[in-house]
Write a protein that binds this ligand. Structure first.
Ligand code: TRP
Ligand code: SF4
Length: 326
């Protein structure tokens, strides 16, 4: 049975980009050996100044996981900080990770640029990929379903694991492989990649009218200024979503757009209706789970115990390999 691990940073509610970019694959890879965590320690690397909100965001992500179709009978759902082995293995990995690898990490450089308002010149933020490598290695995961933006981190995890094997001559961890979905980057309201930091997201928990309003505000083919102008669906983010949520009609939509036989207002209304149809069951399930606090806590408690069983064992093997234990 293939071991699977992935995680999501709890920096707010999950959006369609998270679902279609990664969580869809969590669902497909569910099985006796799959572990899905909420990476609250990773959230702390950038949100350390407002720690009080992280626990609330953890709850939101758990609800989004369950509402999206993760089934605690078929996978292990847990909170990273409740399994101390993550921090312990990260410390052990930090001993063998050259600083140059971390400083060269393209995601690190991008984030320093992008999150200019925050002081990210910390040990924890530089070591973000070391912690992520530990997350994966603790479960000896072979498959890691993630969004495209995580590929550099996965590459670093593989490098750290290879270095471990090279130094200690022990094959404790398999080399993990990233698993991407067919739609690794879906466009947000402004046409850029849907991302919380761009404030252009449709959230899984957005009510009907909010989805309608957001879709109304979406950018379309920028060259189509008037209703009489012919449009180009290939450059239109609304059309991208037609292909996802209204696939049976997408050819008609494209043709009518090209012939100026449909206006953007109607086109958006049709897409919003389809997107709402897609989101309806998720919203309903989320609503139901949000009322079952005790049950949700039980899922997380069981998840923590299962995660600890596996991770304790791996940590022992690692300590032996590194000479801390006989
Ligand atoms: N860095 C990931 C993200 O921002 C979250 C994450 C933490 C993760 N640990 C992981 C993903 C381990 C895959 C495997 O989305
Ligand atoms: Fe986009 Fe639809 Fe307008 Fe064409 S008609 S530009 S697909 S919103």
């Amino acid at each position: 049975m293939t071991r699977v691990l992935s995680g999501t940073r709890p920096t707010g509610k999950l959006h369609l980009g998270n679902l279609l970019g990664a969580i869809e694959n969590y669902k497909k890879l569910q099985g006796a050996e799959s572990f899905f965590m909420i990476a609250d320690l990773h959230a702390l690397t950038t949100e350390y100044e407002k720690q009080t909100h992280i626990a609330d965001d953890v709850t939101e992500v758990v609800l989004d996981y369950l509402a999206s179709g993760l089934d605690s009978a078929r996978c292990v759902i847990f909170i990273q900080s409740e399994v101390p082995e993550h921090a312990e293995l990260a410390l052990l990995f930090s001993m063998i990770t050259p600083i140059g690898w971390l400083e060269r990490n393209p995601t690190y450089k991008d984030q320093l640029q992008e999150l200019k308002g925050k002081d990210l010149h910390t040990h924890g933020f530089l070591g973000y990929p070391v912690l992520q490598a530990a997350d994966i290695a603790l479960y000896k995961a072979e498959k890691v379903p993630v969004g495209e933006d995580q590929l550099p981190h996965l590459e670093l995890a593989r490098e750290i694991i290879r270095r471990f094997k090279h130094i200690y001559g022990k094959d404790v961890f398999p080399e993990p492989e990233a698993i991407l979905t067919k739609t690794p980057r879906i466009p947000g309201l402004d046409g850029r990649k849907m991302s919380k930091s761009y404030d252009n997201c449709i959230y899984l928990s957005d009510p009907h009218d909010v989805v309608d309003k957001k879709v109304k505000s979406m950018v379309t083919d920028p060259a189509r200024k008037r209703r009489e102008d012919r449009g180009n669906p290939d450059v239109c983010p609304v059309f991208y979503h037609h292909r996802l949520f209204n696939s049976e009609n997408s050819e008609t939509v494209a043709r009518e757009c090209r012939q100026a036989a449909r206006g953007c207002v109607d086109c958006k209304a049709e897409m919003a209706a389809k997107m709402n149809e897609f989101l309806d069951p998720i919203r309903r399930s989320r609503e139901a789970w949000s009322k079952k606090k005790t049950e949700v806590r039980k899922i997380l408690d069981q998840g923590r115990e299962k995660a600890r069983q596996v991770s304790r064992q791996t940590l022992q093997e690692t300590m032996q390999a590194m000479g801390l234990k006989k």
